[in-house]
Design a protein around this ligand. Sequence first.
Ligand SMILES: Cc1cc2nc3c(=O)[nH]c(=O)nc-3n(C[C@H](O)[C@H](O)[C@H](O)COP(=O)(O)OP(=O)(O)OC[C@H]3O[C@@H](n4cnc5c(N)ncnc54)[C@H](O)[C@@H]3O)c2cc1C
Length: 396
Amino acid sequence: MYPISPDLQKTLATIRAFIDEEIIPLEAGFGHSMKALEPLLAEKRQKVKEMGLWLPQIDKEFGGLGLSLVEHGYVSQELGRTPLGHYVFNCQAPDAGNMEILIEYGTAEQQAQFLQPLLRGETRSCFSMTEPENAGSNPTLLSTTAVLEGDSYIIDGHKWFTSSADGAAFAIVMAVTNPHHENRYRRASMIIVPTDTPGFELVRNISVMGEAGDGHASHAEVRYNEVRVPRSYLLGDEGAGFVIAQQRLGPGRIHHCMRWLGICERSFDLMCGYAVRREVAPGRRLADMQTIQNWVAESRAEINAARLMVLDAAHKIDREGSHAARQEISLIKFYVANVLQRVLDRAIQTHGALGMTDDLPLAYWFRHERAARIYDGPDEVHKWSVARRILQNYEG
Ligand SMILES: Cc1cc2nc3c(=O)[nH]c(=O)nc-3n(C[C@H](O)[C@H](O)[C@H](O)COP(=O)(O)OP(=O)(O)OC[C@H]3O[C@@H](n4cnc5c(N)ncnc54)[C@H](O)[C@@H]3O)c2cc1C
C-alpha cells in the first residue's frame, strides 16, 4: 500500500544497523542523565552527518534528506527503537517542530540567528505554551501576555511542561497579544525568546513519574518575568499563533506516532525473545503458554493496524495538507498512544521483575510514554473531535 523505494530500503537498513550497533549500547547510561551522555551523543551525531543521514525530516535546501512524511515515518519508526534515536539524527521533539515553524514562518534574520544553529545541532530549543493555571486541552485559555512597548514585546506569564527547556538556547512562546480580537483563535502569537534574556526563569525540571531528568530529557516549569524581546522576534503575523500551531501539530503527530511504533517494535522483539528463552518449568517456556501467545498475536495485530493508520494519515498530509487530514490525525493520536501502552504493558508483564528494572528500556518508556495519551491533545479531546465531525454528517 505504501511501497518503500529501494533507496529508502537501503537507508532504513543502514539506520537500523547504526542504531543496533552504536546507539542501543548507550542506553545503559541514559536513565541517569541525558546531559552526562551529551559528549558521546555529539560523536554519534557527527557520524550521522558523515553518513549523510542528518535531519531526515528537513528539505534538502535546508540541509536535510528531503523525505516525504511517509518516508520519514519509516525512518522515525527505526529511530524510535531507542529513546536516543531521534536526538542523534536531530529530528527530536520539540526541535523538529520548531525547525518547521522557523522554516515556514521565520524571517531571514530569524533563520540566520535561530534556525541555522538548530539545524547544525549546535543548539536546542523548546516550545512553551501550556500553563499550570489553565486547561491545556483548551489552548485558547492562555494567561501569558505579550504587550508591545515601543519596538519590544514585554512577556509575562507562567508555563509548565516546556519540554527540553533545560539547556535550550531559545523558547518559542505562545502569548496573548490581541486579547480583544473577536475570534479567540486570533488572540495569541508565537514569539521567540532567547533563554538568556533577563526575566526568563527556569523554575525547575518537573519530576515526572519519579524522575526530573535533565537536558533534552526534561520538562520545565518556566516563568516569564517582564521578559523584553525585540518585536522582530514575532513569528508570522500578530495573532497567528494558533494557525501556526495547527500546522506544526499535523506532521508532529505523525512523527510521534511512528516513534511510538518504533517503541512497540522493540518492546515486541524483547517480549518474544524473552518468551522463547524463559523456562517456567523444565521444558516449558513462556512461549508455550497461551496467555503469552495471545499477547504476541494481539500485539502484532495492533502494531500492524496502527502502522497502516499512521501511514494513511501521513500519505494524506503529503497529498492534501494537515487541515484535510485532521480526522486521520486525531484517530492515530489516540489509537496509537493506546496500542503503545498495551504493548509496553504486555512486554513488562512477560519479563516479570526484569521488566520493572532499568536494565531494559521498557520501564523507562512505561514511565515516560504514559504521557503519550495526554500531550498534543488528550485522548478524550481527539475522540470528541472525531465523533463530533462524524455525527454532524448524520444530523437531519
Ligand atoms: C510529558 C509531557 C510533555 C509536554 N510537553 C509540552 C511542551 O513541550 N510544550 C507545551 O506547551 N506543553 C507540553 N505539554 C503539555 C500538554 O500539551 C498538556 O498537558 C495537554 O495539552 C493537556 O493539558 P492539561 O495538562 O492542562 O490538561 P487539562 O486540559 O486540564 O485536561 C485534563 C484532562 O481532562 C480531560 N479532558 C480535557 N478536555 C476534555 C474534553 N473536551 N472532553 C473530555 N475530557 C476532557 C482529559 O482526560 C485530560 O487529560 C506536555 C505534557 C506532558 C505530559
